[in-house]
Write a protein of this length. Structure first.
Length: 297
């Protein structure tokens, strides 16, 4: 397949390209070809702008993973705008090109997040069974998805509602593991908030599964089938690392450090990947302990 990927130098993008580049023709949109060339395999085509692809008919699929990291900075008005625009603008540009193409790519996989649902407490959430809580993450993801779905009349669109992706030394797990390695690990707030996670291998294989299965469309929860509370997550991580988990990061301290962004850590969602499982996808790491042991053993 001839595949265009945005966000290819990001955490998920790099792992996905590692799994695809030997069997597919990959083009990556990047702002820095030099940086991307150092991070990605040598057989990848790098472009700085979509205008470098004269005809989108030459593509079989587009995988849209681009976006400013959401939890790396406080959410002041400027940062919120940057987070939104980094997702909405590239998605709009892709959709406009798809819709203007006489023979558009057959598949468009576009990023989203379980933040679409907003805070959900301990209610079980599926793609079909949920009531959203209207807050910043929902507004961000709702518009992101709406833009992507504007291409649904001419191509198959799948929305990747992604949870916390686990990989050693990268992403959220890298930040969570450090305090434990120093003997300072523990739960955040009261620890009752649910964490919906997915191992990086399952994330990559689920994207490939959706890429290849023409019957799949619409939103998909990219999470493992067994979400856990923050307290369970931290105790399991402590056991795997053979470190104590005796501390608590108070809610007020997180809010002081992160502002509104702390709400993502102190609230949560108990998200189930119902559509992926119904479509026949099998998780390699459905349980947290085995996922963490694979990364840290």
């Amino acid at each position: 397949m001839r595949i265009l990927i945005t966000g290819g130098t990001g955490f998920i993008g790099r792992h996905l390209i590692d799994a695809l580049h030997l069997t597919h023709d990959i083009t990556v949109l990047t702002r820095d070809k030099s940086k991307a060339g150092s991070a990605l395999p040598q057989n990848i085509t790098l472009i700085n702008a979509l205008t470098e692809i004269s005809d989108f008919s030459a593509l079989d699929a587009i995988i849209n993973l681009a976006g400013e990291p959401i939890a790396d900075s406080r959410w002041d008005a400027k940062q919120k705008r940057r987070i939104c625009e980094s997702r909405w603008e590239i998605t709009r540009e892709l959709v406009d090109r798809i819709n203007a193409t006489e023979n558009p790519p057959a598949t468009f996989l576009s990023g989203s997040a379980i933040g679409f649902y907003g805070r959900q407490g301990d209610k079980t959430v599926t793609e079909a069974q949920h009531h959203v809580h209207d807050e910043f993450t929902h507004e961000l993801c709702k518009k992101w998805e709406e833009i992507a779905l504007e291409a649904a009349d001419v191509t198959r669109v799948c929305l990747l509602r992604t949870g916390v992706v686990l990989a050693k030394g990268e992403g959220a797990l890298d930040k969570m593991a450090l305090p434990f390695k120093l003997g300072l690990g523990g739960k955040m707030g009261n620890g009752k908030q649910y964490m919906s996670w997915i191992h990086i291998r399952d994330m990559v294989q689920a994207i490939i599964f959706l890429l290849k299965n023409a019957d799949c469309n619409g939103p998909f929860n990219m999470t493992a089938p067994h979400p856990v509370t923050n307290k369970t997550f931290t105790s399991t991580l402590a056991d795997v690392l053979n470190r104590p988990a005796i501390f608590t990061v108070p809610a007020f301290a997180l809010k002081a450090a992160m502002g509104e962004a702390a709400e993502m850590l102190l609230t949560g969602q108990k998200v189930i990947p119902e559509k992926l499982q119904e479509a026949g996808f099998t998780f390699e790491y459905p349980l947290l302990e085995s996922a963490l042991k694979q990364e840290f053993s």
